[in-house]
Design a binder for this molecule. Structure first.
Ligand SMILES: Nc1ncnc2c1ncn2[C@@H]1O[C@H](COP(=O)(O)OP(=O)(O)OP(=O)(O)O)[C@@H](O)[C@H]1O
Ligand SMILES: [Mg+2]
Length: 633
């Protein structure tokens, strides 16, 4: 059957013709549901929520015929707006623009779901329509576009056109258990909706948005991620909601969003076998500062040394500075609450001798560590950047916002890369890095340890921005047998420093604590670290990258198969242990005499001597602790 103009009868007489009119006063619910436009346009009477079976049947018959005309001639289908019967659109002038093509019109989310009283999943108004043998199952969704059901709530902007008078709102509220479920709308495709008129825009309401206010619906729209987040970082909190979802993408590989986190192979093997190319000309290139001029005394890390030898450096305050890294080229003073606050004032109440010691021995001036230098850990790197680096570099501009975090705890198995990440944070912040080891601080005794600790915080404070990396944090705390803190010699000064008295609370200092025994931290210490991240062991791809890099430095290139076998055989190894494995293989092969490159056999032999230290039970305990106290990533 084809559509003919007589099918398009004025519809503004519907209510009188077909509905059981018993009241001329809208109920409060009706008042809410219908837009004022609809009510202003037509002052027809209001009806009961229920219509008689006969009325429904008449309606269905009439409009089944009408719509079947449209259905039968898909290619002649006039634009809905072309209907001369304006009352079909309830008085709204239709969109004269034709439909974009032979493609069926855009799917409409089930508007019925938005109606109060409509049961989800099958008893809604469309189910009622579907009750007609003509329409059941073959009525395409577009035909529901003009259905008044849910119009007011689903498409408030056009409700006047689609809502008020087409069908009484009660029509949709009518539930019918015997009726078939409403047809499922096709997937919502916002791209297809561009440039369409109001009618079509009505169909853009995504399913599930039908009960929300327009403002809510707008706020639910997916937010475009900044195109160049690393160059123009915004407030981290703005990105926080996307954390779980987006960070999964962090491991997507080099083409993913976190492309910069992709591990980069070693650029060139270095002669001394160090992990990183040595600084040129004796310059310290770490953290944007230059080392003392050539000839300055240089010492090994000595008693304060961590994994990386410390060099005696001139204070960045007095020394000539390197060109800052390109990522954060400026170190201009940040607005209030910012990270880079100029200071340089000599700290008061701090032992000058200790300060001198700290300045000369604790300032780490290793090469910069970029995100890409840390294999794997994509989600963690993203979390650190979003929750720490961005807020510190770009503090929120609006008053009353939270102060960016100044303390972070990295916990995980030994050698998992906690210190490496701490160094990376310093690089990203363009900050001076001061490194302390808990065991080293505790060794000379409580009084001396406390003096050094205070001096370290003070030194960090007077050369902002700075990162104070305290590894083996648990060594500063008392042993905890029964889970209760007994109070330790260095705990009190540590907490005092973390509270800000010595500078952690001051702008420009980030304290990074690391521990492989998070359970040793009592609540007071734990609370001082506003962020707590689990640094897990490297997964297979990350192990492969660490091995490749370490072996390349030994002049060893394994075949893909050998590397895969090695990766398989080193399950549970930390990054540090992988490094030890390569060193052991070199030692076992009589290297570094470098008579020959390392082979797979050397590595196999080394595997018998070097193994993973962390037990499954320990790893489980990290996961548990992370669940309870971790910040998640
Ligand atoms: N994800 C990684 N990518 C590259 N190198 C890594 C990674 N993890 C660890 N390493 C390397 O392993 C060695 C040990 O790392 P690091 O000192 O950071 O571990 P840690 O977690 O601080 O250990 P500990 O608990 O013993 O202090 C370093 O040489 C580091 O470069
Ligand atoms: Mg460490």
């Amino acid at each position: 059957m084809h559509w003919t103009p007589e099918h398009a009868q004025p519809l503004n007489q519907w209510p009188e013709q077909h509905l059981d009119v018993s009241s001329t006063t809208p109920s409060p619910a009706h008042k809410l549901e219908l837009p004022p436009g609809g009510r202003q346009r037509y002052h027809y009477a209001w009806a009961h929520d229920d219509i008689s079976a006969l009325t429904a049947s008449n309606l269905l018959k009439r409009y089944a015929e009408k719509y079947s005309g449209v259905l039968d001639s898909p290619y002649e289908r006039p634009a809905l707006g072309g209907y001369s019967d304006t009352s079909f659109l309830n008085g709204a002038k239709g969109d004269p623009e034709p439909w974009p093509g032979p493609e069926p019109p855009y799917p409409l989310a089930s508007l019925h779901e938005g109606l109060p009283g409509t049961k989800s999943g099958g008893s809604g108004g469309s189910g009622a329509l579907g009750g007609s043998p003509v329409l059941a199952g073959n009525l395409p969704e577009p035909l529901y576009a003009g259905n008044a059901c849910g119009g007011p709530s689903a498409a408030p902007e056009y409700a006047a056109g689609y809502g008020g008078g087409y069908l009484a709102p009660g029509y949709c509220a009518q539930t019918g258990a015997a009726l078939p479920p409403p047809p499922r709308p096709r997937s919502y495709s916002p791209h297809r909706l561009r440039g369409t008129g109001p009618q079509r825009r009505c169909t853009t309401i995504p399913q599930g948005a039908t009960q929300r206010s327009p403002a809510m619906a707008r706020s639910r729209r997916p937010q475009a991620h900044p195109r160049a987040p690393y160059l123009t970082p915004g407030p981290a909190r703005a990105h926080a909601p996307a954390r779980a979802g987006t960070r999964k993408a962090a491991d997507e590989g080099p083409e993913g969003r976190y492309r910069k986190y992709a591990y980069e192979p070693a650029k060139a093997p270095v002669a001394d076998g160090a992990s990183y190319p040595a600084a040129d000309n004796g310059e310290c290139r770490g953290n944007g500062f230059r080392a003392k001029p050539p000839g300055a005394a240089e010492e090994a890390s000595g008693k304060y040394g961590g994994g990386v030898p410390l060099k005696v450096l001139g204070s960045p305050v007095y020394g000539p500075q390197l060109e800052p890294f390109e990522k954060f080229p400026e170190r201009a003073p940040a607005p209030r609450g910012g990270f880079a606050v100029p200071s340089g004032e000599p700290p008061k109440g701090v032992d000058p001798g200790a300060l001198e010691l700290v300045t000369s021995k604790m300032v780490d001036c290793g090469p910069p560590v970029q995100w890409a230098d840390v294999a794997g850990q994509g989600a963690l790197k993203a979390a650190l950047e979003e929750e720490l680096v961005w807020p510190l570099l770009r503090p929120p501009a609006y008053p009353g916002s939270l102060r960016p975090p100044r303390t972070v705890l990295l916990f995980g198995p030994r050698g998992a890369g906690k210190a490496l990440l701490g160094r990376c944070l310093a690089t990203q912040l363009g900050a001076t890095l001061l490194r302390l080891r808990g065991a080293t601080l505790a060794a000379p005794g409580a009084a001396e340890g406390a003096r050094l600790l205070q001096a370290a915080f003070a030194a960090a404070r007077c050369r902002p921005p700075s990162v104070l990396l305290i590894s083996e944090l648990e060594a500063l705390l008392p042993a905890r047998d029964d889970g209760a803190a007994a109070g330790g010699a260095l705990q009190v000064p540590l907490l005092a420093c973390l509270d800000g008295g010595c500078g952690a609370g001051a702008d420009g200092v980030l304290v990074v604590g690391t521990t492989s025994r998070p359970a040793a931290l009592d609540e007071a210490t734990r609370r001082r670290f506003s962020l707590r991240f689990y640094v897990a062991l490297p997964d297979s791809p990350a192990r492969g990258q660490i091995l490749q890099r370490a072996l390349a430095q030994q002049g060893c290139a394994l075949s893909e198969r050998e590397l895969a076998a090695l990766v398989q055989g080193t399950q549970g190894f930390s990054g540090g242990e992988l490094g030890q494995l390569c060193q052991q293989a070199a030692a076992g092969a009589g290297l570094p005499g470098l008579q020959r490159p390392l082979s797979y056999k050397d590595l196999e032999a080394a595997l018998a001597k070097v193994g993973p230290r962390a037990s499954a039970k320990e790893l489980d305990s990290f996961v548990e602790w992370d669940k309870m106290y971790g910040s998640g990533h």
